[in-house]
Design a protein around this ligand. Structure first.
Ligand code: NAP
Ligand code: SF4
Length: 676
């Protein structure tokens, strides 16, 4: 079939191995390596991605020795027994026509354990452990460990290895003066600092012979003080090429960098122009990475000549059939990764197994399946927000007759509010995906009218699923009904006017979203890499060391004075996502948003918001008060339905409003949809 993605779908032949298209499924730690039956689950997880035509899969990082592990008990490969376990993975991928490489990752000073080692005794700002400095003998042993690990991976049936040389892990710690203050042959001059990665690649090539892929993940922009200059990056790339690597993958930013590199605030393909600069310097195939989430973006990078291969890690969590759908003219049905990190990286960093907000089956392929229903039922779903969309599409995919109701004229529910937050436009893709899935699976959609219990009873639905969501909690103080007191829905959804001096009541996720919405300077930096770079202070032109440059303060100037309040003690933002919360907190700090905790609200009047702090009465003069004080469930028709003899199921906010987010809503919808 003719396709729209000629470059993306073009094969790449290495002689001894052939990528069937230009997609590389980037390394993601799933945490399945470390749980019971993890390898069986991981085999099915990878098999589905290979069957969906991911050309070359790179596993999560595997340490070459105990000191290189992420944490005590994390995956390593230094014995034949460990290598043997991986055979199920390599076979699963090969049986489905794919290639698989194992990533060798030595964390160095990023290891969260007592055996953590470093190039120098310099503690990472994101680690609580001070590393022990490697001796020269230990450095030579570590190089040998990389080589042994690669040989073991080869014996386990892998097609190659990826040597992780970016994101601030051990190899970066050698190359950057920031982390390397040694005075021996492994420190000092850049020639000495890059000796370690060069020796690693040399040793690995010697151990595995010529017919085995060696992917080297090169840090293009370190984005930390004391990181590598562009000239140093290019020099290293050329040396790595000379000593036998097969592919140069790219990485952007160390984990300790304070510039977002993969979150939703980052424009799509923001860094591909830098990969394009590297491509001009080397002969090896070069891989672009970071925020590539649609086949159009992939095709555009390849057709501009910025890279030979595109790496997508999270997009393959969101949709295992990303490539197959692109090839078969069904790209409109791709479930797009929205870069929220909520069920992938946030899980990884909280010790949970990885999944995906938009695709709860990710990582659960053995226990969450949408099999054909044994008995077909007539089912109504009330509410076309994330929970309702999820349950309706799964039920219909399984063969049930499904009708979806919503009083709004459009599907999406709360997603329509979320998508209006600057930098959250990716939610458009989720709405687009579900909309197309409703059509694909013949769900009858009835919008624009509130449905009553009697209508549903009369129509003879056997089951009604209430996904009717939430209503914002009202404030119970004097003056809460004044015209200048608005709910976050008034502000974000209805776009009611907001004054210049604002009080926000509530410091949860929606309080933050609202603050970001009303303080946005209007540059749409989530849309254009050049503007994003000015906002966050980095240089896509690679003229400055490590890519860092001055921030342009116009990009952080808020049009309003905003103060956020909460009743509880402690800092704001503790409930935000582990890997993205810092971005929102830093953004609001730079926009001079004040945050006051431990308050008691008293009243709102002409003077403003009155509250008590540490026993003292205070008043914040303000034009507008925005209430973001959580929500309550909305499920009025439940009782009448039950009385009418209908089986009622509650999901999402209608079931439990506390800690509701799109992740829980979509997962609950999918789980109920798989069960009925
Ligand atoms: P939330 O996180 O539970 O926060 C509700 C806020 O309202 C709290 O700060 C609470 O603070 C305050 N509050 C509760 N009852 C109150 C009352 N009676 N009077 C005054 N203040 C009250 O809920 P949310 O902000 O509505 O967010 C809903 C869900 O969406 C959460 O699970 C959230 O994580 C998720 N979400 C996340 C993001 C993100 O991570 N970027 C964005 C949007 C939504 P005090 O009790 O201290 O006053
Ligand atoms: Fe992408 Fe969010 Fe899914 Fe992670 S959880 S893969 S970021 S959509």
């Amino acid at each position: 079939m003719a396709t729209n993605y000629p470059r993306f779908l073009e094969p790449l032949d290495f002689g001894f191995a052939k990528m069937r298209n230009r997609s590389l499924m980037g390394s993601m730690h799933t945490a399945l390596e470390e749980v019971e039956n993890g390898f069986e689950r991981l085999a099915v997880f990878y098999a589905e991605r290979a069957a969906g035509e991911a050309a070359l899969i790179v596993t999560g990082g595997i340490a070459p020795n105990p000191a290189g592990r992420v944490f005590t008990g994390a995956a390593k490969m230094d014995t034949e027994e460990e290598a043997h376990e991986h055979r199920t993975l390599t076979k699963a991928v090969h049986d489905n026509g794919g290639l698989i490489a194992m990533q060798i990752l030595h964390t160095g000073r990023y290891g969260y354990h007592r055996d953590c080692v470093g190039v120098s005794e310099l503690q990472a700002p994101i680690n609580f452990v001070k590393p022990k400095k490697l001796s020269e003998a230990q450095i030579l042993q570590t190089i040998a460990d990389y080589a042994r690990c690669a040989a073991l991976a080869q014996s386990a049936g892998y097609d190659g290895v990826e040597i992780m040389g970016s994101e601030g892990y051990l190899i970066n710690q050698f190359t950057a003066a920031r982390t390397n203050n040694r005075e021996d042959a492994w420190g000092g001059s850049y020639e000495n600092r890059m000796r370690f990665p060069v020796e690693v690649v040399k040793a690995v090539r010697k151990a595995v012979g010529p017919n085995f892929l060696i992917i080297y993940r090169l840090s293009l922009l370190d984005l930390v003080e004391g990181g590598s200059s562009w000239e140093e990056v290019v020099l290293l790339a050329k040396q790595i090429e000379n000593v036998g690597a097969s592919i140069l993958n790219t990485g952007i930013g160390w984990h300790e960098a304070r510039i977002p590199t993969i979150a939703m605030v980052v424009p799509r393909a923001a860094f591909s122009s830098v990969t394009g600069k590297l491509k001009k310097e080397v002969m090896l195939p070069v891989v672009a990475s970071n925020r590539i989430n649609t086949p159009e973006i992939a095709e555009s990078i390849l057709s501009k000549g910025e890279a030979d291969i595109v790496s997508m890690a999270r997009p393959f969590l969101a949709d295992p059939n990303f490539v197959a759908k692109s090839r078969s003219g069904r790209a409109h049905l791709i479930n797009t990764c929205i870069a929220c990190n909520q069920a992938c990286l946030d899980h990884t960093f909280s010790g949970k197994t990885t999944s995906c907000l938009v695709n709860p089956r990710a990582g659960n392929e053995t226990n969450l399946n949408y099999n054909p229903a044994s008995e077909k039922r007539k089912i109504a779903v009330v509410g076309a927000g994330p929970a309702g969309l999820s349950v309706a599409t799964v039920l219909a995919e399984r063969g049930h007759s499904v009708t979806l109701f919503d009083q709004d004229k459009q599907i999406g529910g709360q997603l329509n509010t979320a998508r209006k937050i600057p930098s959250k436009r990716e939610f458009d893709e989720t709405i687009r995906y579900f909309g197309n899935m409703l059509t694909e699976h013949n769900v009858a959609v009835r919008l624009g009218r509130r449905v009553e219990a009697k209508d549903l009873i009369e129509e003879g639905f056997s089951d009604v699923i209430l996904a009717t969501g939430i209503r914002p909690r009202k404030l119970a103080i004097a003056g809460a009904d004044r015209a200048n007191v608005l709910s976050y829905l008034d502000v974000i959804r209805e776009e009611k006017p907001v004054g210049k001096r604002v009080a926000i009541i509530g410091g949860g996720g929606i309080g933050f979203d609202t603050a970001l919405f009303i303080t946005d300077p209007g540059y749409k930096t989530w849309d254009k890499a050049e503007d994003f770079a000015k906002e966050w202070g980095f240089d896509l032109g690679v003229s400055a060391r490590a890519g860092l440059s001055e921030k342009n303060t116009a990009y952080t100037a808020s049009p309003r004075e905003v103060t956020m309040f909460k009743r509880s003690k402690g800092k704001f933002g503790n409930t935000l996502g582990k890997t993205t919360g810092w971005i929102h907190k830093l953004t609001l700090t730079e926009r001079a948003v004040r945050q006051v905790s431990n308050v008691t609200y008293e009243k709102i009047d002409d003077e403003g918001l009155h509250y008590t702090l540490k026993g003292e009465a205070q008043v914040l003069p303000c034009d507008t008060v925005i209430v973001c004080a959580g929500q309550e469930p909305q499920r009025e028709i439940e009782e009448a339905l039950r009385k009418g003899g209908v089986a009622v199921h509650l999901i999402g906010g209608a079931k439990e409003a506390g800690e509701l987010d799109a992740k829980r809503a979509i997962a609950e919808g999918a789980e109920l949809g798989a069960r009925l």
